[in-house]
Design a protein around this ligand. Structure first.
Ligand code: C5P
Length: 406
């Protein structure tokens, strides 16, 4: 579980987004965290302590003078064994209190009294005008300078009917941010481009040729790279998967489109101020051939029973093309084999001319949530034993980061 053994103090302040804190509590617990809820009086007007206790499975604290803690110092005791304090929702007023070090209720006192090493993450939630108010912006800047992490806010429709910045992030987005917080920033400042999923090669407007790739491994890698601090662009064939939070996704259908987008990303971005792409990971199961005589109209069944004669032509090999660029990014390929993985893996790495190739067995990976991998590089091969794809993805990102720096 992504947050196994993590102890989170979840603070709620007054705002309609308190309803999302209920969902966040469930999500945190499902991810393995324990959650200690602390609420301001204003928050209790939006959601009850009863609900939050029911969801967190722990008594909720709302009052500085609560006698349930032995030494009567909840503002000290509640944070001492915590791994992070998360304030969601964090109101304009509470941001102001944090920026000024106010201590006039349990939650604000708890934040000021937290150990210097204990991370404080806040999810602002307020009306667009309140967010844009110069005082709020001043406070936000101060909080960043003080090392407090701001999660969002997002933009969109607000409970008051107005539209703009100030919406609290959704529970699943906050969960992704909190999980990411705990991951080592192995790729901070790096730019990573990744292909994932299957491709779809049309036969006619309603039919086509595709494969069994679910995209799960590629999407897990995109998420892990993002968690590690990289700026991630995911070029994806058709999948049913949600884009990982923080990842930029460009959707394509065919191998040729995937090739064109990848080459455009590599050549246009190397010239702009954002800098070149550092790492290219080709996870997509790209069709080797496309139908050269695809029909612009739907093919009709022939009365005499004859089948259409499809003519195939070869698609570009995206990975090999990128690896052959004069100044290629660090290239990582994937290989799916049905047998002799160790022999084919090294041969494929040499043929594609990539520094790192990740091998897996076909019947073991497609559509599954777990996998086992073999990494081939110039020094031989290493095994990553069977684990969930997200866990493997984090290990693989660590392996890539180690090779980039070492
Ligand atoms: O040759 P094979 O298809 O087994 O190679 C697999 C690796 O090459 C994967 O990393 C895949 O994403 C990449 N590939 C590609 N373009 C192709 C075929 C494969 O980038 N046309």
């Amino acid at each position: 579980m992504d947050l196994a053994d993590k102890r989170i103090v979840l603070g709620l302040t007054g705002g309609i987004a308190c309803y999302k804190a209920a969902e966040l509590t469930r999500a945190l617990i499902k991810a393995g965290a324990s959650v200690q809820v602390v609420m301001t009086t204003a928050a209790t007007h939006f959601i009850t302590a009863v609900t939050m206790q029911g969801l967190s499975g722990k008594p909720v604290f709302t009052d500085q003078w609560d006698a349930r803690i032995g030494n009567n110092m909840p503002h000290i005791d509640l944070s001492r064994d915590a791994d992070a304090i998360v304030i969601a929702p964090c109101s304009t007023d509470f941001m102001s209190k944090l920026a000024h070090g106010a201590c006039d209720d349990l939650l604000s006192t708890l934040c000021v009294a937290r150990p210097a090493t204990l991370p404080l993450l806040i999810a602002p939630a307020m009306n667009v005008e309140m967010w844009q108010n110069p005082a709020t912006q001043r406070n936000a800047k101060q909080l960043l300078e003080d090392g407090i992490r701001l999660l969002g806010p997002g933009a969109g429709e607000q409970a008051c009917g107005e539209v703009g910045m100030g919406r609290m992030l959704e529970a699943d987005q906050l969960l992704a941010e909190i999980i990411a917080w705990f991951q080592p920033k192995l790729l901070q400042g790096r730019r990573l481009l990744l292909t994932a999923g299957p491709t779809f090669e049309p036969i006619d407007p309603v039919r086509g040729i595709t494969n069994l790739s679910s995209g799960k491994m590629g999407y897990a890698l995109a998420r892990a790279a993002c968690e590690a601090g990289a700026e991630v662009t995911l070029v994806s064939g058709p999948t049913a998967l949600a884009t990982p939070y923080g990842v930029r996704r460009i959707s394509v259908q065919t191998a040729q489109q995937m090739h064109d987008i990848v080459m455009h990303q590599l050549t246009s971005q190397s010239a702009d101020s954002a800098g070149a792409i550092d790492i290219f990971v080709a996870v997509a199961a790209v069709a080797d051939w496309r139908v050269a005589n695809a029909s612009p109209q739907k093919l009709e069944k022939n009365a005499n029973g004859s089948a259409p004669a499809l003519v195939f032509e070869q698609n570009p090999d995206i990975l090999a093309t990128v690896a052959a660029l004069p100044k290629p990014p660090y290239c990582v390929g994937f290989a799916v084999e049905s047998e002799n993985l160790l022999q084919y893996g090294e041969a494929k790495r040499a043929r594609k001319k990539v520094p790192l190739l990740v091998g897996n067995i076909g019947h073991d990976t497609f559509g599954k949530d777990d996998n086992q991998l073999v990494l081939f590089d110039a020094n031989g091969h290493t095994h990553l034993p069977r684990a969930g794809k997200q866990q493997l993805a984090r290990q693989l990102i660590a392996a890539i980061a180690a090779r980039l720096t070492g």
